[in-house]
Design a binder for this molecule. Structure first.
Ligand code: AMP
Ligand code: ZN
Length: 148
């Protein structure tokens, strides 16, 4: 009984806004749908055409997905991205997955943001602060990650 309950919980969460969209309980501007994923316009439209690709199975975020589920999701990212690029005639795109609150996640059902880019002065701001390379430190951190 417990394992059946857990299985259901992974597929659908009744208090999850994206599960509600998937169930047709609340509307979305859909752009692509198949057995595994639904893609719809992000309600915030950070730039025109900003789209979310969402797996039909409920997972909190990518950090909690196994290879098979993540593969099914990412397999569809090129197709949907290309459709968005063609339709918007954008010059480029940021493809982003925020995982956990500290990384900006606000909806806890895995989603991939496709944010078309039109120029440096459009409304997506991503600030990578670069640091002077410390090669000993890099080797140390790489070793820790390798062994994790
Ligand atoms: P994140 O901050 O990465 O968790 O992204 C969640 C995104 O979901 C935000 O960009 C919201 O604008 C978007 N969002 C929230 N509710 C809806 C909704 N009902 N339909 C479409 N997008 C939504
Ligand atoms: Zn969900």
């Amino acid at each position: 009984i417990i394992s059946k309950f857990n299985t259901l919980e992974v597929v659908f969460m009744s208090d999850c806004i994206f599960c509600k969209i998937l169930a047709g309980e609340i509307p979305a501007a859909k752009v692509y749908e198949d057995e595994q994923v639904l893609a719809f316009l992000d309600i915030s439209q950070v730039t025109p055409g900003h789209t979310l690709v969402v797996p039909k199975e409920h997972h909190r975020n990518l950090l909690e997905m196994d290879a098979a589920s993540a593969s099914q999701l990412f397999a569809k990212v090129p197709l949907v991205s290309q459709k968005v690029m063609t339709a918007t005639k954008a010059k480029g795109m940021n493809i982003i997955a925020n995982c956990e609150e500290v990384a900006g996640q606000t909806v806890f059902h895995t989603h991939v943001h496709l944010v078309p880019r039109y120029g440096a002065d459009d409304d997506l701001k991503i600030d990578f602060v670069a640091h002077e390379p410390d090669f000993d430190k890099l080797a140390q951190v790489a070793e820790t990650i390798k062994n994790a």
